[in-house]
Design a protein around this ligand. Sequence first.
Ligand code: GCO
Length: 462
Amino acid sequence: MILSEPQQSLFKGTSVLSEYKKNLDQTFVWGVSSSAYQTEGAYNVDGKGPSIWDTFTNENKNKIKDKKNANIACDFYSRYEDDIKLMQALGINHFRFSISWARIIPNGVGEINPAGLAFYDRLIDTCLKYGITPWVTLYHWDLPQALENKGGWTNREVVHWFTDYVSVCVKHFGDRVSNWMVMNEPMVFVGAGYFLGIHAPGKRGMKNFLPAIHHAVLSMCEGARTIKALQPNAEVGTTFSCSHIEPYRNIEKDHLAAIKVDALLNRMFIEPTLGMGYPVDVLTPLRDIHKYILPGDEHKMQFEFDFIGVQNYTREFVKHSWFTPYLKARLISAPSRKVQHTLMNWEVYPEAIYHMIKKFDTYPGVKKILITENGAAFEDKHHETIISDHMRTVYLQDHIEQVLKARSEGSKVEGYFVWTWTDNFEWAEGYHPRFGLIYTDFNTQKRVVKESGLWYGNFIRG
Ligand code: GCO
């Protein structure tokens, strides 16, 4: 897509950013991210089995803010080719998407669905045809419902179910896919799905949370080993959510609360994989996780990932709170602090991503970092020919600047993916918060490039 002169000048970005970009080598990866459940739709066609998100959204309508589901979502299942063509037109060469386990193996274990494999064959082949490198996430939260009926992530058997599924994918797609991410944000799907009950499958409490954490860690590492065994040259990563954490007041109680929240949100999943064990020394209420660790697990729960995906959006302030069970800590929201925030009520604080890169960079076992998600939900303004989303453009510019600053100081960050390509289904928040570079009209499925999309494409192309 070619921009007119006035459009180009709109999108210059900061001069610091341009300087960083100029000095960057060609190998830095610029891409966009998405996930299967949030975009594909086609929830029950061509032999796909139901996932926990199909059940959660269709059976518990009150769990989702606008009572919607992703049965259709962006209809990416039929529109993928147009979306990829548009990606190419903007100059985006790297696309991160996920595979739906229940499309490949409808019951989670056993029989494989050829139509499911065929869909991802078409998708991957189309990416390659348009010069776009696929980055594939194997698990972005949509567990087959049949496996949830047997306990889901709380059942240790899930490790075998998962590695079997991973091996089907790698055997089938490994000739064309060389960048894999085993999981997306385990803390979020385990915390929100098996402790707070606000995401699928809606389970709560320590008795679900602790086994789900441990089985997710085992699956992440055993899944990664499965990929490497079948495809030794593959680049194998996994992704972690994280927020920069600060104490609300400069008092000891808040400092201690911040240490606990940091351990829970930022350290719980990466540290065991690096051989450091769970951070239960500061998270004493989670000590019982040891009940689920069997002899031999110490090795199974470690893996030397080729890269880790860091997913950051904001920072959080933490205050001591007697009333919060277990943690005795609570987050002070951005609106109540009266600071600039997105439609998710997340503070806009670009330095957070810099701090997170530095934090992960100091772990000796981390070989390479990619920012696999960063982006923002803001209100879009519709004009006749263009959708203006200046706030998103500025958000991206400021965050990318921080990423490149960390890199210029020697941090091993080697790529950046915007969350997200098209507006899509934002889990329990429904369709209201739009994160896309591309506007989706959910009635007609028409796509319109937003200003942020034009800027990002222009920026990548230099
Ligand atoms: C996540 C998921 C995405 C979200 C995004 C915005 O990281 O939570 O990967 O699916 O849509 O982060 O909340």
